[in-house]
Design a binder for this molecule. Structure first.
Ligand SMILES: Cc1cc2nc3c(=O)[nH]c(=O)nc-3n(C[C@H](O)[C@H](O)[C@H](O)COP(=O)(O)O)c2cc1C
Length: 462
């Protein structure tokens, strides 16, 4: 039986995730608490009350520094700066919840795969199998300069690097310890069976790792894998590796096409289309009437710091938008960015989603679309209709983008979730088991066609 769509709650341990400048309003001040633990504890308790599947914590490892040259705009505005390290909060959030999945973003440039695999296995134990990893390759030049590079590594080269990175983690998680290696046999004095615990002896272009893995297999072994690439190289990476992917689609019509392309790709690498959940952004303003929702949306947009919004998109796109007239047609920008080394798909998706991209200006697009929260204004019933349209187009779930990352979730859980539940568009109870089992209903282990099963212990097995 198919389950209702999955919902992720989008979060970031920073003053401002996507609502650039909204922290200046009375409603936005809740973000001042971004560096305390308690507001995040409140968030996860609320999410669990609303039977939300997964908390999804974004992260970047640098400053959005292209616009206006030196990052001073995003630093001034607190736009994805500062960045507390999301991995540090997972144990605490896991401890006060019982069912919520916790997806944490970690970048291939920030951590060695041996340390990272060890950290995630530990967290998967501590949360009884509820962690997920959002695999990212970084799109910020400053991020690369923070880790010893002169500039951003080429776009497709990053995905090749990411493939080796994840292969190392797969070997550690899936192949270093055989099932049955844990004995706890006081009679023979064998806590573990050394014959069933192996080195991985990985030698590749970027890494050399002996092993064995330093943590015994956790409930899921490999955490649930999230990924968001939508360039050709990114899509190929997602098809081979991800279990949940974020589509760049801006409308149900484009989602249909994006899903069909991905499904073909999955089949071509030996995986079934249902092994990869395709989810879209759901960004709403909630009102008790449509008029109230529109008023709130207008208020939100009036309080956006447009300069910070431009700076944010500059860092992501690799184009210095301080030099681009905000009246430039979107289609022209989309053409300029296609072959860049940063996020390749963002402008394409924007242009595709717009009926007449040559008539829509960059300014209009930024204020009404993109990742800016509050794109859809409506009553809970209208939001449920909107959700139903995406589901009919084939979306498996949603990345819910809040107006403020802290505080806002009560509004969603109290007003929208009951309507979604009533219409069979959201779960009423959590399924038992690990996060993977809750989402896919097929046990704790990753799907049979996944690359983890093709990556062996010797270089010949890679
Ligand atoms: C919903 C969503 C969340 C993302 N979260 C992060 C993140 O937290 N950190 C990050 O560095 N990149 C993040 N990304 C960027 C992706 O990892 C990826 O770089 C981007 O989708 C571009 O891929 P492409 O160049 O293959 O199109 C996110 C993308 C999407 C759509």
């Amino acid at each position: 039986m198919s389950r209702p769509p999955i919902y992720n709650a989008f979060l970031h341990l920073t003053p401002n995730h996507h609502s650039h400048g909204f922290w200046r309003t009375p409603e936005g001040r809740v973000q001042y608490g971004y560096k305390d633990l308690d507001p995040y504890i409140d968030v996860v308790r609320t999410l669990e009350r609303g039977r939300i599947d997964t908390l999804f914590i974004a992260d970047v490892v640098g400053v959005y520094d292209l616009d206006f040259g030196d990052g001073s705009t995003t630093i001034r505005a607190g736009s994805q700066f500062p960045e507390n390290d999301p991995i540090t909060i997972v144990s605490a959030l896991g401890h006060v919840t019982t069912d919520l999945g916790i997806a944490v973003t970690s970048n291939i440039i920030q951590d060695h795969p041996f340390s990272f695999a060890r950290r995630l296995s530990s967290l998967d134990h501590f949360t009884h199998g509820r962690v997920a990893w959002n695999i990212v390759t970084s799109y910020l030049s400053n991020g690369f300069r923070n880790y010893g590079y002169d500039t951003i590594v080429g776009h497709d080269e990053r995905y090749a690097w990411a493939q080796e990175y994840v292969d190392v983690t797969y070997k550690l998680w899936e192949h270093s310890w055989e099932d049955g290696a844990v004995l706890h046999d006081a009679e023979t004095g064998r806590f573990f069976d050394p014959d069933r615990i192996h080195t991985i002896d990985h030698e590749g272009r970027w890494y050399k790792v002996q092993g064995p893995h330093l943590v015994e297999p956790s409930p899921q072994r490999t955490p649930v894998l999230f990924q968001a690439g939508n360039s050709p190289a990114g899509r190929d990476f997602a098809a081979r590796n991800a279990e949940v992917t974020f589509l760049p689609s801006m409308s149900p019509a484009t989602a249909r096409d994006d899903i069909a392309i991905l499904d073909d790709h999955l089949r071509s690498v030996g995986r079934t289309p249902d092994a990869l959940k395709k989810i879209v952004a759901l960004s709403t303003v909630i009102g008790s009437t449509e008029e109230e929702a529109r008023r709130k949306q207008e208020y939100f947009r009036e309080n956006i710091d447009f300069e910070a919004l431009q700076a944010f998109w500059s860092g992501g796109s690799g184009i210095d938008l301080s030099a681009v007239d905000p009246d430039t047609p979107l289609a022209e920008l989309a053409r300029r960015v296609q072959l860049g080394d940063h996020v390749q798909s963002i402008f394409r998706a924007a242009a595709d989603a717009t009926d007449d991209a040559s008539a829509v200006s960059w300014r209009d697009y930024l204020l009404s679309n993109g990742l800016l929260p509050g794109k859809f204004a409506g009553t809970p019933e209208q939001i449920a209709d909107h959700v139903a349209e995406w589901v009919a187009a084939g979306a498996d779930g949603f990345n819910v983008v809040p107006i403020t990352t802290l505080g806002w979730w009560d509004e969603w859980v109290d007003h929208v979730v009951p309507v979604l539940q009533e219409r069979g568009l959201a779960q009423r109870e959590y399924a038992p088991g690990t996060l993977r089992d809750k989402i896919f209903g097929n046990g704790d282990r990753i799907d049979a066609g996944h690359r983890v099963h093709q990556v062996g212990l010797t270089p010949a097995g890679v």
